[in-house]
Ligand binder design. Structure first.
Ligand code: GLN
Length: 321
């Protein structure tokens, strides 16, 4: 990206950041203490371009568990390991029409999760990744992906969040059991045990990053699967395009349709209050962290940053026609 264009964008983001500092709408996720006790006023915006230019404003060093934003990367790993056809035998491509953990709407009548961006779908998708291998080897493979995307700034792990999520995982456990009951909890090497799938999924939700590293991961997607700092190919271009399409379609839970109308770009949110937005036409990504959520579970300030950025720089693909 030309430097002058990058500077324009960073100035726009600086204004948006200051404008939104006083926005205290929404509520921090309450279901576990480690999220409920997050400082609600934290606010970070990071951007990263495919050619490695970065800009950070606010609390961009503050770590958070990435939660559902990890779902995109689970999907990418599954695509590149098994191919999209196999993956979509066990996870769908349509919106669920419900919240990310809906006990009924998350699965179709054959036990197939509606899409990879909700809990049931992400559990099923991650179960496909290196199934049959030791958990530590699977973790290593996953961390290597994150290392490559972030320029080797290793992701941390939020132990308390992991343990608390496991203690309150009954809903996810039931969903996983229903997938398994229909023989759809399957990796390349065969059936996966419910508890194994659940634990690994929960481990990955508790990966700890900051907005800087999340923006670099997004920039990898904006770059067709090639990491911004190291120029390593992390994901195939085909898998990346598919994952971006699914993000654009169902990345914001039950707020995905509204997001598509207002922002029109692929985004993914997590309940810690993070949003990763990919801006394909600028080959750039943005990560926002602000813990207060709307009723669908999306960061209130995060959504507003996306909307304002898109309006200010005319980035909605269909508003340019
Ligand atoms: N760990 C959370 C769960 O499984 C992830 C949810 C999210 O970010 N929406 O419920």
């Amino acid at each position: 990206m030309p430097h002058s264009q990058f500077t324009d964008i960073t100035q726009g983001i600086t204004e948006i950041y200051h404008d939104l500092l006083d926005n205290r709408d929404g509520q921090v996720a309450q279901y576990i203490p480690s999220l409920a006790s997050a400082d609600p006023d934290k606010f970070a915006i990071s951007i990263c371009t495919a050619d490695g230019q970065v800009f950070n404003i606010g609390d961009t060093d503050v770590p958070f568990s990435i939660q559902s934003t990890s779902k995109v990367f689970n999907l990418l790993m599954a695509y590149d390991e098994l191919g999209p056809e196999e993956v979509h035998k066990r996870v769908g491509t349509e919106q669920s029409g419900g919240p990310f953990n809906d006990p009924v709407l998350s699965l179709d009548e054959d036990g197939v999760p509606r899409n990879p961006m909700i809990n049931a779908g992400a559990i099923g998708t991650l179960a496909m990744v290196r199934s049959g291998e030791r958990e530590s080897a699977r973790a290593r493979a996953l961390l290597e992906i994150w290392d490559a995307m972030t320029g080797r700034q290793r992701a941390g792990s939020d132990l308390e969040t992991f343990l608390a999520e496991m203690e309150t995982a009954e809903g996810n456990r039931k969903l996983t059991g229903r997938i398994a009951a229909k023989d759809k909890l399957m990796g390349g090497s065969g059936e996966v045990a419910v508890e194994d799938a659940l634990r690994f999924y929960t481990t990955v939700c508790a990966l700890e990053l900051d907005s800087k590293r999340l923006a670099a991961a997004g920039a990898t997607l904006a770059n067709g699967g090639v990491a911004p700092f190291t120029e390593e190919r992390v994901f195939s271009a085909d898998a990346t395009a598919r994952a971006l399409s699914l993000m654009a379609h169902c990345g914001m839970y039950d707020g995905s349709g509204k997001f598509a109308i207002e922002v029109g770009l692929p985004g993914k949110s997590g309940v810690s209050g993070n949003i990763m937005l990919v801006i394909p036409q600028l080959r750039m990504a943005m990560a926002v962290h602000s813990p207060r959520l709307d009723p669908a579970g999306n960061s209130v300030r995060g959504l507003e940053v996306c909307r304002r950025l898109v309006n200010q720089f005319n980035l909605h693909p269909y508003r340019q026609l």
